[in-house]
Design a protein around this ligand. Sequence first.
Ligand code: PLP
Length: 394
Amino acid sequence: MLSQRNLALGRRRSSIRELFEYGRRRKAEIGEENVFDFSIGNPSVPTPEHVGSVMRRLIDECDPVQLHGYTSAAGDAGVRAAVADNLNRRFGGSVSPDLIYMTCGAAASLTITLSAIMCEGDEVIVLTPCFPEYRVFIESAGGRVVEVPCDGDLQPDIGAMAAALTDRTKAVIINSPNNPTGAVYTRERLEGLAELLGSRKNPIYLISDEPYRELTYGEAEVPFVPSFYRRTVICYSFSKSLSLPGERIGYICVSPEMDEARDLFDAVCGAGRSLGFVCAPSLLQRTVAECLDDTADINVYRRNRDRLYTALTDMGYSAVHPDGAFYLFLKALEDDAVAFCERAKRYELLLVPSDDFGCRGYARVSYCVTPEQIERALPAFEALYNEYESEKTK
Ligand code: PLP
């Protein structure tokens, strides 16, 4: 008998993946340029040249036995020190290298962190709309998911959070800049959340999932959460900031401000060990350590966002203006977002229904695509809009 849970998970692809695979097939049928694939968050901007040159230099100049050998389970000591220094320089914290654990991206960071803290019957709050894999990660770690909707501006709703907290609440996961909405949570709202969590008798961890930290446009600030909530664990990834999603590299940072930081870090090491997530890829660890101040050219995303947001709202669509990440959360033109996205497919527009993210009535448009795809897709968006309009007048 196999694990029925894992069998079901393995057989049922996420609907984002499903749509992405549909897009692949459709492109083979009618040509790449005729399918407007806005399904997946795969960065379209190349990895910065510096990343490649560091990697080539490491390969050319380092002793290969060392370079490709195991590092410590938590990561290379020099790399962990570089990450801590970088965080302290940028955010004025007192992060210690001893509390940094190198991982294979944000998915591993989250899985390890959840496994490190979870006890039987614990609850983890997620703020919807949210990344669908949170449910998989939380339940795999033995926790129970509690969904709390954001407010109309897609910001954390402090009143709703207060009502959802119980003695079993072990953690809250936040993700800002946000997938799928592009919202950047304001400092005021995050401080309000921190105050609420800090007022509880039971210790609650704030897990800050930050793969989009560097992807903001305009004035939006992404506050450094450990500076105002001591029980913070940062789950970081270089997948989006350096356009390295396939290379699987990120880290966990346990805030030094909490009394139990050492114990929590030891539990992180234990969780990494029990899940088999030890010694993140060595070449990648050493590469990112030298590229901590680099970011892929996000001007491309900024231009895509501006073009798409302006064009779609001019047509009559409505969307909350996204300040970060590379997603636009579009109000569906009917209540049923699944039906809306199915209808969009007739125009070769591949959009993800918001039901997948724990909320109804919207579609996620990933604009990490070429500017040319956006230009080609605009007439299709317009035709879709007109179809709904013409039905209204019937
Ligand atoms: N968290 C969020 C909000 C994401 O959008 C993603 C990936 O898209 C992840 C975590 C996983 O990131 P990684 O590819 O680094 O594992």
